[in-house]
Design a protein around this ligand. Sequence first.
Ligand code: UTP
Length: 292
Amino acid sequence: MKPVRKAVFPVGGLGTRFLPATKALPKEMLPVVDKPLIEYAVEEARAAGIEEFIFVTGRGKSAIEDHFDNHYELEQTLGERGKEDQLALLNASKLEPGQVAYVRQMSPLGLGHAVWCARNLINDEPFAVLLADDLIKADKPTLVEMVEAYEEHGGNVVSLMEVPDDHTSRYGIVDPGAMNGPFVEINGLVEKPDPADAPSNLAIVGRYILQPSIMHHLGKGKTGAGNEIQLTDSMLEMIGEAPFTGLRLSGTRFDCGTKSGFLEASVAYGLARDDLGPDLRERLLAVLETSH
Ligand code: UTP
């Protein structure tokens, strides 16, 4: 079984739900406390042993490239001022030369299309996909757990969470087979079904380990829900080719693609910080008391 060494970060979406903030700023660069969403995803991938980081970008996303690069003037100024802590933060966020590649999606035709744009960099290796706007707060990083599940089961692995019945039309929903602890055998998948048609309330969260054969299915360019090229539709075509396993999330997932999910994440991550938490708690209580 080949190890998972590569990760794809689709960051080519328009982020329309965050306009006007995302007119000139990539959604993935929105900070939760003091770190952009994309950096949380990269940290998770690093923890899982990923060696090659492939960003599928689009117009107006160059801030992401700059974020993981050197910034000589800033580094020099911080060095001259003896700001070692801040320099260490900057250095921690960099990726090594040759470890990172950027591919332009050119037109945001959907998540499946974004993943397909990375096909020549994936070649014939299994790979991870991480959606930065699904931020997961967990003791053990989710992709680490998924790589362990992949090493046990092989094939394809997706992370799952239960959603309220009336929310199924927002997610890819699985048709579950045998369940064994956190593992769910996947018999089918439907993108954004109406609650009446949903085979379960187990939704796919933005973490995937996929076999490279998905590129063949994505290459057909078939559009699905929302008239977009959906990743879920090609994953469905892979069922039966190789094991397909769902892993229930052990952490808390924040949907940072929505305003309320983003604000919730900011509060949760802020409260969890030793340097901010106690003060933030008091301020939030005061805000709650005075707001209607
Ligand atoms: P979303 O469904 O959140 O779409 O994409 P979006 O365009 O980013 O945001 P809204 O809906 O307009 O507010 C989920 C993930 O897939 C990426 C996005 O960047 C995000 O990380 N994506 C989506 C692409 O890379 N390309 C696409 O064509 C669509």
